[in-house]
Structure formats: C-alpha cells, structure tokens
Design a protein around this ligand. Structure first.
Ligand code: DQA
Length: 145
C-alpha cells in the first residue's frame, strides 16, 4: 500500500536560494523537494511536495491530505505565527500525524516567531537544522507509520 506524505510549504519559501541565505541557506525549494523525494524513496514513502503563498490554499491542501495522505509535513512560513485557519485545518484532519518543520531556529529569532499556532496540533516540531529538517521529519514519520 502506498504511503503518501504531503510536504506543504507556505509563503516565501519559493524564494529559497536567494532569500536571506545567511538564515535559510543556499538551497532552492526545488532542491529540497528532490532531497525529500530521494529520502522518501529510501523510506518507502511517496512524497507529494508543494508550495503556495496563499493561506487558503494551504487549508485546501491540508483537507486534501486528510483524504489522501498518511501524514503531513508542513513548513507554514510566517503563517505559523498567525494562522488560526491552518491550526483548525490540522485539527480537522486529526489523528493524521503532523510534523512541523522550520529551516531556522524560530526560538533563537525575533520574539514574534517564538509562538507557533501549528505546534499545539503537531506530533512533533523540527527547527534549526536547515533543509535536513525535512528529511528528519520523513524519517520520524516513517518510523511512526
Ligand atoms: C520559517 C520561519 C518563519 O518564521 C518564517 O516566516 C519563514 C520560514 C523557517 O523555515 O525557518 O518564512 O518557517
């Protein structure tokens, strides 16, 4: 049986590679997606990797994951800190496991990044390890599934 994992990325993550490389590193989102697909293959997971700049689209994709996926990995970007809609959408697909990923260590940055609306509804949170955080999340979910 195929184990599909939705890997959902929020606003401005399409700019990776040129966006504040001192914070987010030099990899593009396409390269991170390729890393995820490769890691997924090794772990027996089918990775559906997506990005949008729009909050409602993330909500649509979370609801779609509830129908089609075995787990969600999500980096909601700045919506992590503001979006009750994403929080509610993730709650609505419970008990689907959710891994929250951030490239940067949000707790070592500005105070407004210290709170995440997603963390209370996530199985686990990985932040500060750059793109490798996505692979760590895939490994953790593979062990779980
Ligand atoms: C981020 C951290 C957020 O605070 C920020 O708004 C982002 C990226 C990260 O991956 O480190 O867009 O989610």
């Amino acid at each position: 049986m195929t184990k599909t994992i939705f890997v959902l990325n929020g606003p401005n993550l399409n700019m990776l590679g040129k966006r504040e490389p001192g914070i987010y590193g030099g990899k593009t989102l396409d390269e991170i997606g390729a890393d995820c697909r490769k890691a997924g293959k090794e772990l027996g997971l089918d990775v559906d990797f997506r990005q949008t700049n729009h909050e409602g689209v993330l909500v649509d994709w979370i609801q779609e994951a509830g129908e089609k996926a075995k787990a969600i990995i999500i980096n909601p970007g700045a919506y992590s800190h503001t979006s009750i809609a994403i929080h509610d959408a993730l709650r609505s697909v419970a008990p689907l496991p959710v891994a929250e990923v951030h490239l940067s260590n949000i707790h070592a940055r500005e105070a407004f990044r210290h709170v995440s609306m997603v963390s209370p509804v996530a199985l686990g949170v990985i932040c500060g390890f750059g793109p490798y955080g996505y692979v760590m999340a895939l490994q953790a979910l593979a062990a779980r599934l």
